[in-house]
Design a protein around this ligand. Structure first.
Ligand SMILES: [Zn+2]
Length: 375
């Protein structure tokens, strides 16, 4: 869209959606203006596994993912990562919280002009006695990603059960932004509190000293310095809703991944409770292997459906906020909102004249208004 007089009308309580009436080239009232989407939790590198793994519960699924991952050729992974970044960009995503194990997401995000954070995954539970060599390798990967991305890259624990306790505490002590998969299922509490379940069996099988914590996964992460501002917890499906106020007080943010959670039969996340407690919640695709194609509209609809299954309700403006302004804030990007003086990438959703209609839109209904990221 070229130069035009625009009249803005706020839709809903959050500065995320405005209707636009263009003065030049004839009036159009079927355009909604929004901050670019924030995909708050992503794994670009698994794009090649879209539709590859059948519907399974979380545990057999992640074991199958791990098996297939080991068979992938790095040059293919590089291509998949670039394709996924392109798909995010063309469907209106301008900001990503990216978990990365392999070394290509930094360059892919840079190529597409997508902002965000790369969380370089640390997995050390098999090296729990001497993780230093592994950590040095991850640090080198992170450095290369930082150079290619030109944006922030942080060492981040993959999950409470895939990182040894000392390394977890070290990562918590850095005070940097961090992102970690937490309580995607009840398995972490079963393991930490009772020494039972699939995670315990994994530790036994590999002869790794197991871990106990009477406070479950939340108490364990608090003890490791990961219950704090700047710590993004991903999924949280099995978190006890009664802990929401303490998470909010600590400043933890959460990435809600409703399509992925559904695919893996995870418990329905208590998002209503989180929002009411004041937790900053973003929406994430997770990987294509469990979250499907990039479609922020589908994510917003799925978030509402998750709440409905719990007998709760999320408003259109709330899910749009999670997909844009609050999602960005959940990654530490404040001010990702349409406001006077704001500078941020904007998208238009065509073919919709009200928020409900916008929620029914499809990725191809998105047009970029500010391809260079400046409004
Ligand atoms: Zn994930």
């Amino acid at each position: 869209m070229d130069d035009a007089e625009v009249a803005l009308e706020w839709l809903g309580p959050h500065p995320t959606l405005v209707s636009v009436r263009l003065g030049a080239g004839g009036p159009r009232e079927d355009v909604l203006l929004s901050p670019a989407f924030c995909n708050a939790h992503s794994h670009l590198e698994y794009r090649g596994l879209l539709d590859a793994i059948p519907h399974l519960d979380y545990w057999p699924w992640i074991r199958e993912l791990t098996r297939r991952k080991a068979e992938q050729r790095l040059e293919d992974v590089r291509e998949h990562t670039h394709l996924a970044a392109y798909e995010n960009r063309t469907t209106g995503v301008g900001l990503i919280g990216e978990h990365s194990d392999r070394p290509f997401s930094g360059e892919a995000l840079h190529e597409q002009g997508i902002q965000g954070r790369v969380f370089q995954e640390v997995i050390t539970f098999l090296e729990s006695q001497s993780p230093q060599e592994k950590l040095d390798a991850v640090r080198m990967k992170a450095e290369a990603q930082r150079e290619a991305f030109g944006g922030p890259v942080h060492l981040s624990p993959h999950a409470p059960y895939t990182v040894d306790p000392e390394t977890l505490a070290w990562l918590g002590s850095l005070g940097e932004p961090v992102s970690i998969h937490v309580a995607e299922t009840p398995l972490e509490d079963e393991w930490l509190m009772r020494g039972e379940g699939d995670i315990e069996a994994l530790y036994v099988r590999f002869g790794v000293p197991s871990v106990r914590h009477s406070g479950g996964v939340v108490g364990y992460l608090a003890a490791k310095g990961l219950l704090r501002q700047g710590s993004q917890w991903v999924h949280g499906c099995a978190l006890n809703p009664s802990l929401a106020p303490s998470l909010a007080e600590a400043g933890v943010s959460i990435a809600h991944c409703p399509t992925s959670n559904r695919m893996l039969d995870c418990p329905d996340a208590p998002v209503r409770t989180w929002l009411d407690a004041g937790i900053c919640v973003g929406l994430g695709l997770d990987s294509a292997a469990s979250g499907g194609p990039v479609d922020m509209f589908a994510l917003m609809r799925a978030a509402r459906q998750t709440a409905e299954r719990r007998g709760e309700c999320l408003g259109v403006a709330e899910v749009w906020n999670m997909a844009t302004t609050m999602g960005a804030a959940s990654l530490g990007f404040e001010g990702w909102a349409i406001a006077e003086g704001a500078t941020l990438p904007l998208i238009a959703v065509t073919g919709a004249s009200d928020p409900e209609g916008a929620l029914r839109a499809a990725p191809q209904d998105v047009a970029w208004l500010t391809p260079n990221g400046v409004s």
